[in-house]
Design a binder for this molecule. Structure first.
Ligand code: ADP
Length: 327
């Protein structure tokens, strides 16, 4: 018996990286045991920041291929679909926008940040982003939403919209809870910023082993450790953080001790990490290559996902319209 419904969405950003995997996808996969899961490629959300939309289709394909290779499994009932294929979300967006005070949207720190990032493109959609996100989640009556810490304020916003809506129109929508992974923030190979494709500080899941070793070799370690003989501080080293995820606990303890006494150098430490990462990612790469032999498969999954998502969406939007009193 499943414990409820999970919903999560991610913008189509193409091949996924270790940050996406540890911060989101790993949870998407694990939650399939206990929940009915709905995972959405939020292509409409992507339009708020993209000037150039010609890669959307390719990036959707590459992202979903990674999701499936990582273990998101439609055969276990999981729904994977593209946001714009189930247009009821746009109807719900409009309805929810009527119970959303504009001032709340423009005061959100995430909105202010976007205005700073793209001052020449402060579009209407950007202001409404959290309302569309609320519509995404509530259209599927999700109880649980796995999100990164950066999305916490938006999720709180969704909860407020649900309370306001239900107060006005009756208990129709469900108030969702956020769920974070054990590694909510993965740093990039620069060791400073969040791992991100746009900063080119990322390591793709589908990376070739040789290229993987090159990327790991470029990783910034403890800046105070200049020479091989200097003792290091694992707690400030991003290579060590990744060892904690991909290396056995005894070896991690050994690396911790050896780094502090300069018993192991960064080069050897990185070689071990690259090897463990390559071993960890090998089955993923194999599944990805296998899935890629049939390019139609991804689109079939998304087509079937949209049909199954539509069944829920049609029911909920009808309930919402009735509650609101639309004729
Ligand atoms: P979106 O803008 O849709 O969140 P992203 O590609 O930025 O698209 O992120 C997709 C998912 O991966 C999100 O749940 C996000 O929290 C997570 N994520 C992205 N980068 C990182 C990172 N460096 N560390 C942890 N989680 C991350």
């Amino acid at each position: 018996m499943k414990q409820g419904r999970v919903f999560s969405g991610a913008r189509p950003t193409g091949r996924q990286h270790l940050g996406n995997y540890l911060g989101a996808i790993k949870n998407y996969v694990a939650l399939q045991d206990d929940y009915d899961c709905v995972y959405c490629v939020v292509d409409l959300h992507a339009l708020t920041t993209l000037q150039d939309t010609k890669h959307l289709k390719e990036w959707t394909y590459e992202m979903v291929l990674d999701w499936l290779a990582a273990g998101i499994d439609p055969d276990r009932g999981t729904i994977v679909f593209v946001q714009s294929h189930v247009p009821q979300v746009t109807e719900l967006h409009v309805i929810l926008s009527m119970v959303t005070p504009l001032g709340k949207l423009t005061r959100l720190p995430t909105f202010k940040e976007k205005v700073r990032q793209q001052p020449d493109n402060v579009n209407y959609g950007l202001v409404g982003y959290p309302v569309l996100m609320a519509a995404d989640i509530t259209l599927y009556k999700a109880n649980v939403v796995p999100v990164g810490v950066d999305q916490v304020s938006h999720l709180e916003f969704t909860r407020e919209i649900v309370r306001t809506f239900n107060h006005h129109f009756g208990p129709v929508l469900v108030e969702p809870q956020a769920k974070h992974t054990e590694v909510p923030k993965v740093l990039g190979i620069d060791g400073v910023n969040k791992m991100s494709k746009s900063l080119n500080n990322h390591i793709e899941l589908a990376i070739e082993p040789d290229e993987l070793y090159n990327r790991v070799r470029m990783m910034v370690t403890d800046p105070q450790r200049q020479r091989r003989t200097d003792p290091g501080r694992p707690e400030v080293c991003n290579v060590f953080s990744l060892h904690k995820v991909f290396t056995s606990p005894e070896t991690v303890r050994q690396i911790d001790a050896d780094c502090r006494t300069a018993g192991i150098g960064c080069v050897d430490c990185k070689k071990m990490l690259a090897q463990n990462l390559a071993d960890h990612l090998a089955p993923f790469r194999e599944r990805r290559a296998q899935l890629a032999t049939d390019p139609d498969h991804v689109w079939d999954v998304l087509h079937d996902g949209a049909e199954r998502a539509s069944v829920i969406a049609r029911e909920v939007i009808a309930e919402v319209k009735t509650a609101v009193g639309l004729p």
